[in-house]
Ligand binder design. Structure first.
Ligand SMILES: CSCCC(=O)C(=O)COP(=O)(O)O
Ligand SMILES: [Mg+2]
Length: 228
């Protein structure tokens, strides 16, 4: 029986375009000024960049290069979250989720299933994203969040073993939903159940050897606890 569902964001709960066309450019435009003006988080982000890229690395150039390559390095994702926080608080940004997400999360919770987010976006960014969506505040439907700092890299089976040890339950009681086959492969290698989300709107690749759905409404419920 499924006890927890763990959800990716980009391409799974939310359109790729909302992240790539809105969030990412918003952050890129502000990276140089944020570091140059030493705004909050700058020392930690800069230390993290130098740790990964070398002590002599040009911090801003490295961050911009990582951003342009869509690398998921934690210092960049931390900085994204800090920049987006300003945007959310100023009302310039808001979360976007597919219409099938809220009804599914509500139903799964009614069945007693716990729901978690695991994204490369920082936990700060995730919480902002789900607290101010076009469908209202979804945070009350979520049990917790993992990012690359608290969960580890998303393509490593060890990350899923670690998350399992935090949320509890046998691996085969845990279901991971993602649009990325490499992430699904890593979760399956850790013993989890997997469902690939291939959203036609996103032009998502198919889910390889994983069961695939186009919306959360189609996620098979046979292994979920019954509805009360
Ligand atoms: C609102 S979190 C922003 C998503 C993000 O920064 C990202 O890199 C997408 O990663 P995901 O693991 O959700 O595919
Ligand atoms: Mg994704």
């Amino acid at each position: 029986m499924i006890s927890s569902v763990v959800l990716d964001i980009e391409g799974t709960t939310s359109p790729l375009s909302a992240v790539h066309d809105i969030l990412f450019p918003y952050a890129r435009d502000r990276i140089a000024d944020w570091i140059g003006d030493e705004r909050p988080g700058t020392p930690e982000v800069s230390d993290g960049v130098r740790e990964l890229a070398g002590a002599d690395a040009d911090v801003v150039a490295t961050l911009l290069d990582w951003h342009d390559q869509n690398l998921k390095h934690s210092p960049l994702k931390t900085l994204h979250g800090l920049i987006w926080e300003r945007g959310f608080l100023a009302g310039e940004l808001r979360g976007v989720v597919y219409p099938d997400v809220r009804p599914a999360l509500t139903e799964w919770r009614e069945r007693g299933v716990r729901i978690w987010i695991y994204s490369s976006g920082s936990v700060l960014a995730q919480r902002l994203w789900f607290s101010k969506t076009d469908q209202g505040d979804l945070l009350p439907l979520l049990d917790g969040h993992f990012d690359t700092v608290s969960g580890g890299p998303k393509r490593e089976p060890a990350s899923y073993k670690h998350i399992a040890s935090v949320i509890g339950g046998r691996p085969d009681e845990l279901l991971f939903l993602s649009d990325a086959v490499a992430e699904l492969d890593a979760a399956r290698e850790a013993g989890w159940r997997t469902v690939g989300v291939s959203r036609p709107e996103d032009g998502s690749p198919d889910a390889g050897t994983h069961p695939a759905v186009a919306t959360f409404a189609a996620v098979p419920r046979e292994e979920f606890p019954p509805q009360p």
